[in-house]
Design a protein around this ligand. Structure first.
Ligand SMILES: Cc1ncc(C[n+]2csc(CCOP(=O)(O)OP(=O)(O)O)c2C)c(N)n1
Ligand SMILES: CC(=O)[C@@H](O)[C@H](O)COP(=O)(O)O
Ligand SMILES: [Mg+2]
Length: 638
């Protein structure tokens, strides 16, 4: 029996001898690699890189009494394996299986639900403070990556932790990687390059000045000696010490036995106040194909052959929306020197890595700093630059006030490209891009678009760059439709189009947004065979909405179905209802979309069926609004 097979919970980890821990780490790695190889983009690199840190935490601390708080949570696979979820582990990120990130509802050992970055310090500090108030015992450890440390909220947490002087333990997992190599001054500081370059420059300059002064003066000699010896003080530690933390490190985060000893000392010591333990690790550690993948170190490897790390996934027949987006951005940059693009640590995910190869100076990776990305864009727009801010729908939630206060309120021409708008599949609840339509359409001056296919995406990118104010377009994860390409067209703002006419006296109007346009046309065609005349409108714009077109056709049809891959509350269907209400058209309306709950991880095609926003679901919606019997279909059948 392997060591891992004996482990049903953290108490079994503690029962091992210290010298057995390296073997346990090796077994955990094998299990993580095997599971990711058969999985759907699981987070291999981060989880491999954190194995020793997780084992050491469970060996020393006493979860769930002690709270282990993960940042992002994509590195927590060993934690799941050690906390009673070993047998379910191979189901991770699949329909009905374990979630890809820690979730409070999944285990008492998942102290804080996560998926977005930079939250662990604030959450951990909150826990420590609550426990102090309730006189409860227990330590709190926050495991934070160097990439996540670039997020402003992490610093807001450090700021308060240093001030409150609570005993928060921060394990800084520094692998010099975000998804791509980590960027920014902070990352250079961690790797001491800052100390090397800036300090040396400063020291040279001061020495030149001192050289010109008389020799033999004891005060000046003292300054000379201090400058020579002070380099040692300029370590990553002074940043944290300046914020009121004790700093330990840098230390080898893959030496599990040393990590256990350090954590034991920290846990036992009466250190009054917060501590940072700076651990150096390697993303993808222990799996050569991940370690040698210099761009992402196996960040999200899916379906690969274990021996080689080569993908065995079927290549999609049509490139992704992301590919079309990045290509279009490059084309606009080639034509207009004022166009630039900004990503918040998602060069690969947004496709902008390719654009950056062509225009290295005009694609900015600002780190995990969505708020800064938006305000940085606003500043550039003030000076006549046309920024395209490419941020996933879910991560743009972070920058909501910046969108309103810094961009929209000043009517600045910033283009927001929201990738992953809609159901995202295996990442699940934390990453679903379902709220953007609702959160953007209520902002004055914001133009909001959703393309039906890749040609429409090209048109919307071109349109957005012509709009003298803020605009956004949201497109989904995965393959585009595969429609023929034509030169991008600047669309008339606020004008929709009829994509499936039904002749005079239609029976029903279907208003389908974005990804639901093509399924709606297919649904209308199949309804036609039954003698039901459905006219289909692609509104193109959520805002301004083509109320004339929609209301005229709604009045003719007398019944309306709206379809969207987004939340129903405040979403696109609600916008249509408002338009009808404003014109006193009180008609039966069936709204199809995502009801008022968080959507689990799972296969997004199956989820579209479940929520009735696929072709068959739209047919069912039409039948419902027409009062016709509906065949059983997904969740909406009734
Ligand atoms: C707010 C937010 N922005 C972007 C992401 C996407 N993302 C997930 S992991 C990651 C890199 C995190 O780097 P780090 O914390 O150093 O962990 P590592 O992967 O290196 O272990 C990014 C950018 C996210 N999860 N949350
Ligand atoms: C953990 C995280 O936030 C990212 O790694 C995310 O899972 C990437 O998602 P995509 O696979 O859609 O790029
Ligand atoms: Mg990192």
């Amino acid at each position: 029996m392997s060591l891992l097979e004996k482990i049903d919970g953290p108490e079994d980890v503690k029962a091992l001898r210290e010298d057995q821990l390296p073997a346990l780490c090796a077994e955990l790695r094998d299990e993580i690699i095997t599971t990711c190889a058969a999985g759907n983009g699981a987070h291999l690199g981060a989880s491999l890189g954190a194995v020793e840190l997780v084992v050491a935490m469970h060996y020393v601390f006493d979860s769930p009494r002690d709270r282990l708080v993960y940042d992002v949570g994509h590195q927590a696979y060993a934690h799941k394996l050690l906390t009673g979820r070993r047998e379910a582990f191979r189901s991770i990120r699949k329909d009905g299986g374990l979630a890809g990130f820690p979730e409070r509802a999944e285990s008492e050992h998942d102290a804080f639900g996560v998926g977005h970055a930079s939250t662990a310090i604030s959450a951990g500090l909150g826990m420590i403070e609550a426990r102090r108030m309730k006189s409860e015992v227990g330590k709190v450890v926050a495991l934070v990556g160097d990439g996540s440390m670039t997020g402003g909220v992490a610093f807001e947490g450090l700021n308060q932790a240093g001030y409150l002087e609570r005993d928060l333990i921060v394990l800084l997992n520094d692998n010099e990687m975000s998804i791509s190599p980590n960027v920014g001054a902070l990352s250079e500081w961690f790797s001491k390059k800052f100390a090397g370059q800036t300090f040396n420059r400063w020291r040279r300059n001061v020495k030149e000045v001192l050289h010109a002064l008389p020799h033999g003066d004891s005060a000046i000699e003292g300054i000379r000696r201090a400058i020579d010896s002070s380099k040692a003080l300029l370590t990553p530690g002074i940043l944290f010490e300046g914020l009121g933390f004790q700093y330990i490190g840098p230390t080898d985060g893959h030496d599990v036995i040393s990590m256990v000893r350090i954590l034991r000392q920290v846990a036992a010591a009466e250190i009054d106040g917060p501590v940072v333990i700076h651990c150096r690790t390697t993303k993808g550690k222990g799996y050569a194909p991940a370690e040698s993948d210099l761009r992402t170190r196996g960040h999200g490897l899916a379906n690969f052959e274990i021996a080689t790390g080569k993908s065995v996934a079927k290549k999609p027949a049509v490139p992704s929306y992301t590919d079309f987006f990045a290509e279009a951005v490059s084309e606009h940059m080639a034509k207009d020197a004022n166009v630039i693009a900004i990503t918040a640590a998602m060069l690969e995910g947004t496709g902008l890595i390719k654009t950056k190869e062509r225009f290295p100076e005009r694609v900015y990776d600002v780190g995990i700093a969505e708020q800064h990305a938006v305000t940085f864009a606003a500043g550039m727009a003030c000076e006549g630059i046309r920024p395209i801010v490419a941020i996933y729908s879910t991560f743009l939630q972070r920058a909501y006030d910046q969108i309103i206060h810094d961009v929209a309120l000043q009517n600045l021409p910033v283009s927001f490209a929201l990738d992953r708008g809609g159901l995202v599949g295996a990442d699940g609840k934390t990453h679903q891009g379902l709220f953007d339509i609702a959160y953007l359409r209520c902002i004055p001056s914001m133009v909001v678009m959703a393309p039906a296919d890749e040609q429409e995406l090209r048109n919307m990118i071109a349109t957005s760059l012509e709009i003298d104010g803020p605009s956004a377009y949201r497109f989904p994860r995965g393959s585009a439709v595969g429609v023929p390409a034509s030169p991008p067209q600047v669309l008339e703002v606020g004008k929709g189009r009829v994509v499936h006419p039904a002749g005079p006296n239609p029976d029903v109007l279907i208003v389908a947004l974005g990804t639901t346009v093509h399924p709606a046309v297919a649904a209308a065609k199949s309804l036609q065979a039954e003698g039901i005349r459905a006219v289909v409108v692609d509104p193109r714009f959520v805002k301004p909405l083509d109320a004339d077109l929609i209301c005229d056709l709604a009045a003719q049809a007398g019944k309306v179905v709206t379809v969207e891959e987004g939340c129903l509350q405040g979403g696109f269907g609600t916008a249509v209802l408002e338009a009808l209400q404003d014109r006193k058209l009180y008609l039966p309306v069936e709204r199809l979309g995502i009801p008022d709950h968080f959507v689990e991880h799972g296969n997004s095609d199956k989820q579209k069926v479940h929520y009735g926003i696929d072709q068959a679901g739209i047919v069912a919606g039409v039948r419902r609004v027409l009062g016709l019997p509906v065949q059983l279909h997904g969740a909406k059948a009734s």
